[in-house]
Ligand binder design. Structure first.
Ligand SMILES: NC(=O)c1ccc[n+]([C@@H]2O[C@H](COP(=O)([O-])OP(=O)(O)OC[C@H]3O[C@@H](n4cnc5c(N)ncnc54)[C@H](O)[C@@H]3O)[C@@H](O)[C@H]2O)c1
Length: 362
């Protein structure tokens, strides 16, 4: 973060240096917009396992829900509207965990107010909306936006990246992904398997390999009888990167048995894959097994903690977290998701062409 302070009344820049030599590191005052499943979980973590920040304000379209979460956080201000929370001079940093269609408006308001923002994925619903956020950040001249692609902070994915970067596996050739949920909600539509679920595989692929995805194809196997309504489930996605790596991603949101995320990376001289996250194996009734998580909150608990801690630490230092997804990453992921949606609708392979990457995101 730079020095301008953005004229926000009593707001400080988030840099501990602002408080003069010898003063204790300041605790960042966080506001959380959207207190549903993700927002309430972020509030719990910021108030509990994450150090260096406190939750001072929340906002939700459902005021009663916001009030309950505020109470669970030990009591904090409840704003009727997210924009009011962003303008609150007592709020230094903002978490956006409201529904996808609200992200662009809230993130743009944060950038305008000069406040660091952690926005849940996707950054915005369309690549055009993501580009408007990038333009605002570039005009501000500094990075303020982190996107909630928390898998970058998962110990398993982080170790896969470390191994790949160390050249222990040789050049990457193939990546196999599986993304299975126990059950989808009744309102879940086929496109959401891409923009809500597979967007995580899209981001981790770009991040693991450090290269852009240039083409996408979505294939539909026979539809599962467990899929509600007209949901196309499962889907098989094929992605090609600029360097010629091929990745497949099975997305099956009514797999019926638990939340199961897998990834195997195949290199020229070795492979690496995520191992099941269960701490123990159990033998009973003539069978051996490991418990599977019920959902993403359980499976990626460590990743959410590390993501928030990295955001708080970097923001307090006036920087951005190295591994974190930027607005550019949010844009690129949404652009690839759009190509997948086009392929889902029309079939065939769809090329992805990205805008020129501004130097701010070099
Ligand atoms: N990173 C991840 O692993 C992950 C996982 C799930 C969801 N998400 C993302 O997190 C966001 C929230 O998802 P969720 O599962 O918590 O949804 P949710 O429906 O449980 O919660 C959303 C909340 O936002 C509130 N809301 C609606 N409109 C609002 C507005 N204009 N202003 C303020 N609040 C508003 C709703 O009342 C609700 O309480 C979504 O963008 C979703 O894509 C990320």
């Amino acid at each position: 973060m730079t020095e301008d302070g953005s004229g926000d009344g009593d707001r400080t820049s988030g840099n501990p240096d602002d408080h003069g030599e010898g003063s204790p590191a300041r605790v960042l005052r966080a506001g959380v917009i959207g207190t549903g499943i993700m927002g309430a979980d972020h509030v719990r973590r910021l108030a509990g396992s994450v150090s260096g920040a406190e939750v001072v304000a929340v906002s939700d379209a459902d005021r009663d829900r916001a009030a309950r979460v505020a109470c669970d956080a030990g009591g904090c201000r409840v704003h009727d509207e997210g924009l009011g929370l962003i303008k609150d001079p007592g709020v230094d940093v903002v978490v956006v965990a409201s529904p996808d269609p609200t992200h662009e408006r809230f993130v743009l308001a944060c950038v305008e107010a000069g406040k660091p923002v952690l926005c849940e994925k996707p950054l915005a619903e369309t690549s055009a909306a993501c580009q408007r956020i990038i333009s605002a950040e570039v005009a501000a001249g500094r990075r303020l936006v982190q996107v909630g692609f928390m898998r970058r902070f998962d110990p398993g994915y982080a170790e896969m990246k470390r191994l790949l970067d160390s050249s222990a596996l040789g050049a990457p050739l193939l990546v196999h992904n599986q993304h299975r949920n126990e059950q989808s909600p009744p309102w879940f539509a086929s496109g959401m398997s891409i923009v809500s679920s597979a967007i995580h595989e899209i981001d981790t692929l770009r991040w693991l390999l450090g290269e852009e995805i240039v083409a996408a194809q979505v294939m539909r196997p026979r539809r599962s009888g467990a899929a509600p309504g007209g949901l196309e489930d499962p889907l098989l996605i094929l992605l090609r990167t600029a360097g010629g790596v091929l990745a497949d991603a099975e997305v099956f949101v009514n797999a019926g048995y638990g939340y199961d995320v897998r990834c195997e990376l195949v290199g020229e001289t070795g492979t690496t894959s995520l191992v099941p996250p269960a701490p123990v194996a159990t033998r009973a009734a003539r069978a051996e097994g490991q418990r599977l998580p019920s959902d993403w909150i359980e499976r990626f608990a460590a990743a959410y903690d590390r993501e928030l801690q990295a955001w708080v630490d970097a923001t307090a230092r006036g920087t951005v977290a190295g591994a974190a997804a930027s607005a550019w990453d949010g844009y690129a992921a949404t652009a690839v998701a759009e190509a997948c949606l086009e392929s889902l609708a029309g079939g065939g392979t769809v090329e992805v062409s990205l805008a020129t990457r501004p130097p701010l995101y070099a």
